[in-house]
Design a protein around this ligand. Structure first.
Ligand code: SAM
Length: 319
């Protein structure tokens, strides 16, 4: 369905847990294991019910995220239930890849089609620092396993920060040269304490592009896809740039979010939420109407750049 600004909303991101096995500096500093707030978490059947309603109003693509989706033991059941819903054409996942090597076969069997894998450093020590203790080799093994299973396209999400990992831009570009991976640079957003307090660490995508004339724009993006892709001679993969801070792409935003505690979040850069928990715990048939209303009222644009302060960090929204 279209929202009040005429945007076709067809993409749902579901954060299935707030919990994460990493503590990335910009996402959950000091750890965010929120056991108490996660006690009121949607079940696989609840997710299925919401997605069934969503499919009725035109949602076609679902991305499973978190927190870290692979820490939920019933993640395959969630994917399987959603994959059988009429109208849902694509199920993907955003993960840190730490558990992927062991789980990729089951995920594919459950109906997962493709993956975005977060990777902010190719250096073991730095990866450990950024992720608060993660092992780079685990994520790299997960990427290899997923490639071997054909869970493609695989997109690598890299958040660059000045003074932290900015010096690895060319190493990441090299990764897209040698492997069939789309490497995407995402500007640090003012979500969470680190992003809010470190706007001076933002690496602007336009600066990366202008310093590398060998990268040629490839016009392969479609409506609603925020990344702009570039390629260079002999590359197996592409380089993508997601620039929510320097280039607003709200006018073609096609997505809505559902959190694991039952909130519909129509916009990432806006604190507005619609609580579905009471409806889900009752037999009420009002769910469809609530979803329609929430989609219709999606805000025109995010509030980054104003005095916006997100009440949730990314691990509690689902990036
Ligand atoms: N655990 C999974 C992962 O690591 O991909 C999924 C959840 S994580 C919140 C999703 C994505 O959000 C990651 O790619 C992460 O880099 C990104 N992210 C988190 N906080 C961010 C911020 N302040 N600015 C830009 N990206 C952010």
């Amino acid at each position: 369905m279209r929202d009040r600004f005429g945007r076709e909303i067809e993409y749902l991101r579901i954060s299935i847990t707030h919990n994460c096995n990493l503590k990335c500096i910009y996402c959950a500093p000091g750890g965010d294991h929120c056991a108490d707030s996660c006690s009121n978490t949607l079940s696989p059947a609840d997710f299925e019910r919401v997605v069934r309603s969503m499919a009725k109003v035109g949602i076609r693509k679902v991305r499973i995220t978190g927190g870290e989706p692979l820490v939920r033991t019933d993640v395959c059941e969630i994917i399987e239930r959603i994959s059988h819903i009429e109208g849902i054409q694509d199920i993907s996942m955003t993960t840190n890849g730490i558990r992927l090597d062991k789980m990729a076969v089951q995920l594919k069997a459950a109906g997962l089609k493709r993956l975005n894998i977060s990777l902010d450093s190719l250096k073991e020590d730095r990866f450990r620092y950024i992720t608060g203790g993660g092992r780079l080799q685990s994520t790299l093994k997960g990427i290899e396993k997923s490639l071997s299973l054909g869970l493609q396209p695989i997109k690598i999400n890299t958040v660059l920060m000045k003074g932290v990992n900015e010096d690895e831009i060319d190493a990441f570009i090299q990764l897209a040269k040698e492997s069939p991976l789309d490497v995407r640079f995402i500007e640090l957003m003012p979500i969470g304490k680190y992003g809010e307090e470190n706007s001076d660490k933002i690496v602007y995508n336009s600066d990366i592009i202008s310093a590398r004339p060998q990268l040629v724009f490839v016009n392969e993006s479609f409506q609603g896809q925020p990344a702009r892709y570039y390629k260079a001679e002999g590359f197996k993969g592409r380089i993508g740039f997601i620039s929510p801070v320097s280039h607003q792409f709200c006018s073609c935003c096609n997505r809505i979010r559902l959190t694991c505690d039952g909130k519909l979040k129509p916009c990432l850069g806006n604190n507005g939420e619609v609580d579905l928990m009471d409806i889900l715990k009752s037999d009420s048939d009002e769910l469809d109407a609530f979803i329609r209303q929430a989609i219709f009222e999606k805000p025109a644009s995010h509030n980054f750049g104003s005095s916006f302060s997100s009440v949730r960090n990314m691990s509690r929204i689902g990036g």
